[in-house]
Design a protein around this ligand. Structure first.
Ligand SMILES: C[S@@+](CC[C@H](N)C(=O)[O-])C[C@H]1O[C@@H](n2cnc3c(N)ncnc32)[C@H](O)[C@@H]1O
Length: 287
């Protein structure tokens, strides 16, 4: 899950086998950049996050092209109105359908996927991010206030939620989608990082350590500095299983364990039963 080692770390000796994802990015087969158009009333909210780190690098490397549009340019009348009160009364304003229709008439192409961030949408996850990273053109509409006129939904291909809470607008969800998708584009980061990180392999990621080897009396597990790649791989798989069982057991439901995983699970069960109660399954609340 490395974004890149710090300059001081990457320029020094590397006894623990630490690697820099920046240095080890593989050659990328040519592929047209993923194009993303974002429609928002607050373009400045997106500028900073999209210019930095992996999203910024994905664009300078030509892996993605992102255009942020002020929705108000498609606003109605002299005041460029984009929203209005809801029929039937109630607090707040909703986005008008003509405004969105006019914007999509300009931006939409046959290969576009139009996305509406919405608390009632499908919950966005890593599998969806992989799917969207394969598409050619994404348009993300960012509503504000009370959301959208219901008729706008028929113009949308995908409604996505980022969780069971309500944000003030679609810009932060849009950033969540874009950041998650861009780092999956071939050449954005080391593909090994993606293969091992949480959710991609169906497990939470194993614990990671960097220098110093000892901090406030807590040392790095010796196996990680042993140089035995196979032992390190096995330790990481076991710790990923331990963490997933303890924190997100539902991720393992329906997973067909490999022989090795079954053996490691048995080892986890045998270790300190009290400390590993989660491995045995949840304790009924009425017991
Ligand atoms: C204040 S919210 C509107 C909430 C809406 N009235 C409701 O109760 O479902 C304004 C906009 O923020 C975005 N938004 C808020 N929470 C979100 C979430 N959890 N996931 C995705 N988008 C969200 C949506 O685009 C939404 O239309």
């Amino acid at each position: 899950m490395t974004e890149g080692a710090s300059p001081t770390e990457s320029s020094s000796a590397n006894p623990g086998g630490l690697s820099s994802a920046v240095d080890s990015v593989e050659a990328v087969p040519p592929r047209p950049p993923l194009e993303i158009d974002v429609l928002t009333l607050f373009p400045n909210m997106l500028a900073g996050p999209l210019a930095e780190s992996i999203p910024g690098r994905a664009q300078t490397r030509g892996l993605a092209t992102i255009r942020v549009h002020d929705l108000r340019q498609w606003g109605l009348g002299r005041h460029k109105t984009v929203d209005d009160y809801t029929y039937g009364g109630g607090a707040g304003m909703v986005l008008r359908p003509e405004v969105v229709a006019a914007a999509l008439a300009v931006l939409r192409r046959p290969d576009s996927t139009v996305i509406l961030p919405d608390p009632g949408g499908d919950v966005f996850g890593q599998a969806r991010a992989h799917d969207l990273a394969e598409r050619r053109h994404l348009i993300i509409l960012c509503p504000r206030y009370e959301g959208v006129d219901e008729r706008i939904r028929s113009m949308i291909d995908l409604e996505l939620s980022i969780g069971d809470y309500v944000l003030s607008g679609g810009e932060i969800p849009a950033l969540v989608f874009i950041d998650t998708i861009l780092r999956l584009l071939p050449g954005a980061i080391d593909s090994e990082s993606i293969a091992e990180e949480s959710f991609t392999a169906g497990l939470l990621e194993y614990p990671q350590y960097t220098r110093p080897a000892e901090f406030e009396g807590v040392t790095v597990p010796a196996i990680l500095t042993s140089g035995h790649h196979e032992a390190v791989r096995k330790w990481r798989l076991k710790e990923a299983l331990r963490r997933t069982v303890a924190r997100r057991p539902e991720l393992l439901q329906g997973r067909v364990l490999t022989k090795e995983e079954s053996k490691l699970m048995a080892e986890l069960r045998a270790e300190a039963p009290a400390a590993n109660r989660a491995v045995e399954g949840p304790v009924p609340s009425d017991s």
